[in-house]
Design a protein around this ligand. Structure first.
Ligand code: ZN
Length: 315
């Protein structure tokens, strides 16, 4: 039987970061500007390391290229997904991502970025930026060049447990106090539209206004198609949150014990709340691991919420 692959995350320091990733999850990382925990990552800007077991010490990118059988022999030279926990101690910049076609043509063959968010925690009456209010390309152009941010951005009220899909071309931003599990394509291409005129080391961060205008979808997708409330379970269950061309994402609620059949090419597993065991291994909020191809039945015990993901079978 194949073993679970536990991963040691990589952290980023950001102008908008905080200390929750260390304080609440016990990650061993210094600083008061910890923005992101890249829990399951095989990217040049962050590559998780396997913790223990037969592959201990290997980077995920290396494991993926040398042992493709663990990932169901899927095609593609890059591990397809990237799983992060984001702690927004301050507002993130207003941004947009390109799709595969635009990124391939303008960003050295890079992948585009489709992403989705599970809200692990947020303040009362929190709002996220998802979408915009421009009705035409002309209006988009004039709102952005005129700096009419209040009328441009669309804010959606959110609560803990909400799920938001961000297609390429969607204007978006995570706001102060939100803690989010992000499942995304393995890409780091971001076009920053507006950064609240903040300074880093005395200078504003670079904006990518023209690329943003190129890729923003007009009009934006309706609110109701962007946001959903996920089920809150008192009994154990696995709920599918989304399935599209890039990923299939599950919310697994463990209340006592639960068996989940790992019948996908691989399954990313991140504990977002609570603690317990998985096939006898202790896991808790902040644990990230991969169950490889052919793993079969996974037995969860305890009281916890897990976000799991795999590549869509439609691809
Ligand atoms: Zn994004």
């Amino acid at each position: 039987m194949r073993e679970l692959i536990f991963l040691e995350p990589v952290f980023t320091h950001n102008i908008w970061g905080g200390t929750r990733l260390r304080d609440e999850f016990g990650y061993d990382v210094e600083g008061n500007d910890i923005g992101e925990c890249w829990g399951i990552a095989a990217h040049p800007n962050g590559d998780s390391t396997v913790e223990g077991g037969s592959f201990g010490g290997k980077k995920l990118s290396q494991l993926y290229s040398e042992h493709r059988e663990l990932f169901g022999g899927i095609e593609g030279d890059k591990f397809p997904l990237l799983i992060k926990i984001i702690d927004a101690h301050d507002n993130l910049s207003i941004q947009v991502h390109p799709d595969d076609k635009y990124a391939g043509e303008h960003e050295n063959g890079s992948l585009g970025k489709t992403e989705c968010w599970y809200i692990m925690d947020c303040p009362k009456d929190a709002k996220l930026v998802a979408g915009h209010n421009a009705r035409s390309r002309e209006e988009l152009d004039s709102m952005i060049h005129g700096g009419r941010w209040d009328s441009f951005i669309r804010e959606l009220p959110i609560e803990k447990g909400d799920f938001i899909q961000i297609d390429p071309g969607t204007v978006h931003a995570i706001t102060t106090g939100c803690l989010i599990l992000e499942t995304q394509q393995n890409s780091d291409i971001t076009y920053r539209v507006y950064d609240y005129d903040r300074l880093t080391n005395g200078k504003p961060r670079e904006l990518h206004v023209e690329q943003s205008i190129d890729v923003i979808t007009v009009p934006a997708k309706p609110e109701k198609d962007s946001l959903s409330h996920t089920p809150e379970r008192t009994d154990s269950a696995a709920d599918v949150l989304i399935e599209n061309d890039f990923y299939k994402v599950f919310k697994i609620s463990v209340r006592g014990s639960f068996e989940f059949e790992q019948r996908y090419p691989f399954l990313n597993v991140s504990v977002v709340e609570g603690s317990g065991t998985l096939d006898g291994h202790e896991i808790k909020a902040g644990t990230h691991l991969i169950a490889p191809d052919g793993y079969g039945s996974m037995k969860f015990e305890g009281d916890m919420t897990v976000i799991a993901s795999t590549v869509s079978r439609r691809k």
